[in-house]
Design a protein around this ligand. Sequence first.
Ligand SMILES: *Cc1c(COP(=O)(O)O)cnc(C)c1O
Length: 351
Amino acid sequence: MTSLRSELIIDPTIVQENINYLKKLIPVGSKFMAVIKSDAYGHIMENLLEHIDDFVDGYGTVRIDEAIRIREASNKKILLMTGVYSEEDLKIASKYDFDLVVHNSEQFDLIKRNNFYKNLWFKINTGMNRLGFEENEFLKIYEEHLKDKKIVLMSHLAASNDPKKHSNKEQFARFNNVYSQLSEEVSRSIANTGCVFNYPDHSYDWVRCGIGMFGGYIGTNELKTAMTLRSPIVNIRKIKKGESVGYDGRATANQDMTVATVYIGYADGLAQNIKDGTIVLVNGKKAKIFGKVSMDLTTVDISDHKACNVGDFCEIFSPKSNINNISIPNDLISYDLMIRIKSRVKKTYHN
Ligand SMILES: *Cc1c(COP(=O)(O)O)cnc(C)c1O
């Protein structure tokens, strides 16, 4: 047997299909920005770019080194979604022709000092209270410095995946109240994946989608998870009713059982707090986590699996078993599950 490893296999055709699905939801005229911060949500950004460049209108990222790596592969628009914080980074942004978010007065001072009025996106705070100018603060800057400039007004929703939350409506109202006081030259962008699903009429000039491309959005069954996280079984044992499995004996058998031990643990990036009963696939058939996830191993109930052998794979999530089957029952989010996979997991592209 070759040496056993946990594997992360990424299928770029699924990302393409998900992008096409999302693009059908947005009105004609809205441009599609692929948000690929944090190594494309763990999908190996460099490999992904060649597969999606023809499908998208631009890219959004956060760290400047990632933006440079995107520029090496694409001539499309690249937005630094939290802007720059130094003269040095402003020079880099200029050299590589990045778009910049300006979200506070320190950043705007940097822009003014360098008379750098190119490709600017002004972020206003409409209720998330994380980044962005207050409305009046921005309007004052606009009147004094931006009236003849082609800018994008942007904001970000705090609860876009929950259409019942009133905060979304309030955020749209605050956003459009500011927008209505600007010239027609100004473009708008507020939508992330959740907004595209729940409020497609607020897609405006640019949507900024991340999680939907990768199939981790919770509000739909139409998108497939583009990653397969799988690991081989390294041991199978029968246990008797009343016996417990793993650390602290969290899981106790209430009948005779068969338990598979899988070669993946929290050192591979699997969440340590995954609960008993969480569904995974073994040889394509559902099985349940049984016992605490340990550093290198995870135990799974395969009592109703007939032909199961050491070396067979357990899929934690995959196109066939959505990542939200793991995130939702464990109070986790798909974003975090995607980006936490460690380097000792063998990562490959395959379709
Ligand atoms: C991450 C991010 C997005 C993408 O959000 P998803 O929910 O992944 O679609 C959009 N805009 C900004 C500013 C972001 O930071």
